[in-house]
Ligand binder design. Structure first.
Ligand code: 4DW
Ligand code: GAR
Length: 219
């Protein structure tokens, strides 16, 4: 199986990016991060990429707020296409992508979100969960659609909310699971085991995968 070429979009510190880089290095990811793009010039994610020898670009957002200017978004697409990415992985990327972008990479964009969607979409999901008083929260990897945090769900992990938790302590506990399930979701994608029917993502078992001959398959 050809290794998946992954483009990561990140706006911040990039621990999810780092988890993917580490998993790839350690042979736990069926793919490699080939490019990292950010709308924030000083994002630690860009530094992490450079340190790992991965192409890292700041692309100016062209405007303030939650969205990118259209020329800027066109530049993201151009650079990702040039890097021949199979999958776009959002990892703390804080800009909403337009329907054009989403269509261009239809069912080839994933995002990680720090709650059990559809609970607590949007910003500061961990704080929202604490303030609501839920006893279990978690994280979600989903395909990105034209809405915000609404795309078909691939994997979720549950994380308990403990007495005395703060936004920071809950976020830290959830983050560990984020790092684990993002790798897992990407591996399922790389193995072509995800089938999307409307909102539902079916995960096919490893066995009954290819009916036909595949010269890359070892067994
Ligand atoms: C994300 C979610 C909300 C905001 C920023 C980032 C992460 C998921 C994501 C990034 N880009 C995306 C997605 C997505 O799920 N779908 C698409 N693109 N198409 C965020 O800034 N939210 C605030 C503003 C939203 C808005 O202006 O619509 C907010 O207040 O929730
Ligand atoms: C992660 O907790 C991720 O789930 C969250 O931002 C953090 C990025 O951390 N994403 C969102 O809230 C998207 N709405 P990282 O930069 O260390 O990977």
């Amino acid at each position: 199986m050809r290794r998946l070429r992954i483009g990561v979009l990140a706006s911040g510190r990039g621990t999810n990016l780092q988890a993917l880089i580490d998993a790839s290095r350690e042979g736990r990811l069926l793919g490699e991060v080939v490019i990292v793009l950010s709308d924030v010039a000083s994002a630690m994610a860009l530094e992490r990429a450079r340190k790992a020898g991965i192409q890292a670009c700041y692309i100016e957002p062209g405007r303030k707020g939650a969205r990118l200017a259209s020329e800027s978004e066109a530049r993201y697409i151009e650079v990702l296409d040039e890097a021949r990415v199979d999958l776009v992985a959002l990892a703390g990327f804080m800009r909403i992508l337009s329907p054009d972008f989403v269509r261009h990479y239809k069912l080839r964009i994933m995002n990680i979100h720090p709650s059990l969607l559809p609970s607590f979409p949007g910003l500061r999901a961990q704080k929202q969960a604490l303030e609501y008083g839920v006893k279990i929260s978690g994280c979600t990897v989903h395909f990105v659609d034209e809405g915000v945090d609404t795309g078909p769900i691939i994997i979720q992990a549950a994380v308990p909310v403990l007495e005395g938790d703060t936004e920071a302590s809950l976020s830290e506990r959830i983050l560990k699971e984020e790092h684990r399930i993002y790798t897992e979701a990407i591996n399922l994608f790389a193995q072509q085991r995800l089938r999307v029917e409307g909102r539902i993502v079916h995960v096919l078992p490893l066995r009954c995968m290819n009916a036909g001959y595949n010269p890359d398959q070892t067994e």
